[in-house]
Structures are given as structure tokens and as C-alpha cells.
Write a protein that binds this ligand. Structure first.
Ligand code: SAH
Ligand code: SF4
Ligand code: F3S
Length: 486
């Protein structure tokens, strides 16, 4: 039995599913309760881990006869998967939760639940405060979602479950409901780093890794039975994967490499302190590992890094980039930056601009520092104003766009094989888009308007590139399986 994301209560009856052979209608019974077909609307905030958790929650809910809807007005149950990383994500959630009050007035039996990082730390208070909120659940109990929904429909609502799963083993099976050939696979949960600004160790708990053999078997099944061709190994700090079991990320990648039919392996997110020489070597030797690496630096100043408790210096960090580029000359790098950390001086801020010059990132995610309650940084006296943080953030973004434009103009003329992820309307024309192995999005025109290229592998040639977007010409369509002969 899987353990690691909440053990189900043995006293709660299990789902009994029957399908009427004539009508195809599914009936689900749990104890005395019958679950007719219902609709769930789910809104996810935050990082890829949260999106991954939402998939898992929705997959469990199908066993209770729920199907997903995009229309909140059609929903019988509304779930929010929340993020606590910055004020901005918090605020968006609170305003949407407020709106549900009116929705519940219109539809009395509407069930409203919240999960994720805000629910982990503040669930109890929120359930008390918002009369229209039925239940809250934390990040480590998502495999108990059906027990919680059963409890709500039994009339016992207004509860919070946010306990930590104490099992020694983190053992799960990936659950996906989408039909795409890309899958996220959670290999490690939690974070032991305690960067002084960050809430994640408090919302996601202690690090626990899945066993290498289990992950490889999980991915093999995804490839064989669900047509997965690309996996992204997921964790808050995937570089410390396996520390608890005497295994390593490099060994895992080399193990996954052997799986026939798997084309591309990505991993996210990395902490620079834990990037080993062995892993750097794998970036050179692995044939399936992506040519892109996201390596969050946070600041270009050693003083700030120290106050953030990041455990590396800029010299060490730049040394890593150099070694990575030597190991794989095609590697494309990106990062995260926090502008205006507690008491950051002008000079420290300029060191971040200087780092951008030296590192030559393909793109960055940048954020103004946002104070999070209970973190160590929240206890430091902070003299910097939000205006200065905003100004510095804009300066960082503008500076990086200049660097990025120069890197990207060199892409013109290059040919890439991409996996088509979707299409959009660009200036009134329908353009498809796909992602290169090195994680750049290329937009291109189909041969005809009717051509359906979703999840096809295609070759494109880049015709123009700006800092933020890349346009290409379609050269060849290979179909939904990666062409083996070329
Ligand atoms: N575990 C990952 C991701 C953490 S959250 C990592 O270590 O890289 C993603 C990013 O959010 C972080 O890299 C950081 O740049 C940013 N972030 C985290 N806490 C923040 C805060 N309090 N204020 C502003 N940005 C923050
Ligand atoms: Fe947060 Fe640091 Fe852990 Fe990343 S490594 S999740 S920034 S504490
Ligand atoms: Fe947000 Fe939690 Fe992810 S705080 S960034 S959803 S781990």
C-alpha cells in the first residue's frame, strides 16, 4: 500500500463502484451514502508541485463519481489548492474565496474546500472565520481526500486535517488524469533548507525521498500504459533526492535513461549547494536529460546570500555554471531572483545586475521580497521600503531583457525538434507552439488551418526571436511518437 501522502482511515467505508452495463452510468457507494455523478471545479495557485497535487486530488475524486468542470457555476464542489509563497498569491486566493460566499447563497448544497500551503498552516483559522468554507486539508494528507469528502457529505463539515504523514517511507504511485505525453513525477517532498525568507519548509514539512527502484517502475508504467514520453522529476530541492536512502539524483536519471520510449527527462527545482560533480557529469553523458537547467541563485551578493542562509557564495555558484557548460556545451540556464531582500544595499543590488551579466541566463523569474510570518527573515529588522523593492525588481527585469534579447537573436536560423503543446491566437492568426528540449517556446504557423498538431513532434526553424518570444517555420511533422530513425 502507498504511504507518504496520508493514510486513509480504516474506519471510513471504501468506495464501491458499479457501472450499469446498459446505460454506462456509474454509481458509487460509500457506506450508507450514494455518490451520484457530480462536478468539481478546482483552482490551483503556486508551483508545479501544487499543480501536480491537484492532478492527484482530481484523480482520487473520480473514484467518488466527480468529473472536472471549467465552469464554476456548474460545480457541486469547489476546491482551492493554495500557495503561501508571497503576498500576491495569497491575496488572489482570498478574494476568490470571498466570492464563493455568494455562490453558496445561490446553491445551498455547494461544498467548498481548501488544500495546499495556506491550508496547511492556516486551515483551522480559515474554517472558523469563513462560514461558507466546509473543510481544509494540508499538503501531506491529499491521499485522504475521498475520506474528507465523504465526511462532508455525511453532514460532518467544518473540519481541518493538516497532520504530517509520519511514515518512514515516501511511497506513492503517480496519478494523472490528463491525456498528454508529459508527466510530472514527484520524487522528493518537503524541504530541509530553511532559507530565511521561505515558508515552504513550514508548509511542506521534512524532506522524504521515494526509493529509486519505485520511481523507475512508476515511470516505466507511465511510459508503457499512459503514453508518457517526457517526465519532469519534481521536488522543492531535487538535488537532495535520496539523501535519506543513500541514493542520488544522478543514479536515478541514469536509471530512467534505460526506459524505452521515454524521450526527455527534466528536473526541478535545484538548490546550488547540492549540485554534485556526479550530477554535472550526467548533464554531459545522459542522452535523455534536457539541455535546460533552472538553478535558482536568489541574489548576486555574498552578504545577502548569507542573510538568506543559502549556503553558497557567488564564486561557488559561477564555478558550477562553468562546470555545467563544460560538461554540456548546449546547456541553457535560468534562475530565480529575489529583489530587495531585508536591508539589501544599493551595492548589493548592483551585484545582482553584475551576476546577470556573468551568468547569461536564458530567462529569469524575479520577485520582490515578501515577508512571510514565522520565517527567520520576518524576525530581522527591515529598513527597506516596498517602493525600493519594486524599483529594484523593475531594474532587474529590464536589465535581464537586454541580455536575453542578445542571447535569443542568435537562435535565428537554428532548427529544433519540438513537442507541440497547444495553440493560441497571435495577432488574429492561429499559431501552434511547442517547447524545445532546452525549454524555449517556439510559435509557428500550421500548413493549413485545419491541421491538428497537438502533441505531435515537429521540426521547426527559428525565423525571428525577441527577448520574450520565438517564431519559427514548420519544416516536418513526425507524428505523436518521437521518430526513432532520425
Ligand atoms: N524550492 C525551490 C522553489 C521555492 S519557491 C527553490 O528553492 O528554488 C520559488 C521561488 O520563490 C524561490 O526560488 C524564490 O526566488 C521565491 N521566493 C520564495 N520565498 C519568497 C519570498 N518570501 N519573497 C519573495 N520571493 C520568494
Ligand atoms: Fe524555500 Fe529554500 Fe527550500 Fe527552496 S530550498 S523551498 S527557497 S527553503
Ligand atoms: Fe506555493 Fe507551496 Fe509551492 S507555498 S510555491 S504552493 S510549495
Amino acid at each position: 500500500m502507498s504511504t507518504g501522502l496520508g493514510v486513509r482511515n480504516p474506519e471510513v467505508p471504501k468506495e464501491q463502484i458499479t457501472v450499469n452495463p446498459n446505460t454506462g452510468q456509474k454509481t458509487v457507494r460509500m457506506g450508507d451514502l450514494e455518490f451520484p455523478p457530480r462536478k468539481v471545479w478546482m483552482k490551483t495557485f503556486g508551483c508545479q508541485m501544487n499543480y501536480h497535487d491537484s492532478e492527484r486530488i482530481l484523480s482520487h475524486l473520480t473514484d467518488l463519481n466527480f468529473t472536472r468542470t471549467d465552469k464554476v457555476d456548474d460545480a457541486d464542489m469547489v476546491l482551492f489548492n493554495t500557495c503561501a509563497i508571497r503576498d500576491l498569491s495569497n491575496n488572489k486566493f482570498y478574494s476568490q474565496l470571498g466570492e464563493m460566499k455568494h455562490a453558496k447563497k445561490k446553491k445551498e448544497d455547494l461544498v467548498v474546500g481548501i488544500g495546499g500551503c495556506v491550508a496547511q498552516t492556516e486551515g483551522k483559522e480559515l474554517v472558523k472565520k469563513y462560514k461558507h468554507l466546509d473543510f481544509a486539508f494540508g499538503t501531506d494528507v491529499i491521499d485522504q481526500i475521498n475520506d474528507m469528502v465523504f465526511r462532508t457529505y455525511s453532514g460532518d463539515n467544518k473540519f481541518t486535517i493538516n497532520s504530517w504523514d509520519r511514515s518512514e517511507n515516501f511511497s506513492i504511485e503517480t496519478k494523472i488524469t490528463h491525456g498528454s505525453p508529459q508527466a510530472f513525477v514527484n520524487i522528493i517532498k518537503g524541504c530541509n533548507k530553511y532559507c530565511t525568507y521561505c515558508i515552504v519548509p513550514y508548509t511542506r514539512g521534512k524532506e522524504r525521498s521515494r526509493k529509486k527502484a519505485e520511481v523507475i517502475e512508476d515511470v516505466r508504467k507511465l511510459v508503457e500504459y499512459q503514453g508518457i514520453q517526457e517526465v519532469t522529476l519534481l521536488g522543492q530541492n531535487v538535488n537532495s533526492y535520496g539523501h535519506d536512502n543513500g541514493e542520488t539524483l544522478s543514479e536515478l536519471i541514469m536509471g530512467l535513461e534505460e526506459i524505452n520510449g521515454l524521450q526527455l527527462i527534466r528536473y526541478t527545482t535545484s538548490h546550488p549547494y547540492d549540485v554534485s560533480d556526479e550530477l554535472i557529469a550526467v548533464h554531459g553523458t545522459s542522452k535523455k536529460l534536457s539541455n535546460h537547467l533552472h538553478l535558482p541563485v536568489q541574489s548576486g551578493s555574498d552578504g545577502v546570500l548569507k542573510r538568506m542562509h543559502r549556503e553558497y557564495t557567488i564564486e561557488h555558484y559561477l564555478g558550477l555554471l562553468e562546470k555545467l557548460r563544460k560538461s554540456n556545451p548546449n546547456i541553457v540556464l535560468s534562475t530565480d531572483i529575489i529583489a530587495g531582500f531585508v536591508n539589501e544595499t544599493d551595492e548589493e543590488h548592483r551585484m545582482t545586475l553584475d551576476l546577470l551579466d556573468k551568468a547569461q541566463y536564458d530567462f529569469i523569474y524575479s520577485y520582490a521580497y515578501s515577508m512571510r510570518n514565522n520565517t527567520r527573515a520576518s524576525k530581522m529588522e527591515d529598513l527597506l521600503t516596498d517602493d525600493i523593492r519594486g524599483e529594484r525588481l523593475r531594474e532587474i527585469q529590464k536589465y535581464q531583457l537586454g541580455i536575453q534579447a542578445k542571447i535569443r537573436e542568435k537562435l535565428v536560423g537554428n532548427q529544433y525538434r519540438i513537442l507541440v503543446e497547444g495553440y493560441g491566437n497571435m495577432g488574429g492568426v492561429k499559431k501552434w507552439r511547442g517547447r524545445t528540449n532546452c525549454n524555449r517556446i517556439v510559435h509557428f504557423l500550421p500548413s493549413s488551418d485545419e491541421q491538428d498538431l497537438q502533441w505531435n513532434w515537429v521540426d521547426v526553424k527559428v525565423t525571428s526571436a525577441t527577448a520574450l518570444s520565438c517564431q519559427g517555420d514548420l519544416l516536418e511533422v513526425h507524428g505523436r511518437r518521437y521518430p526513432t530513425s532520425k
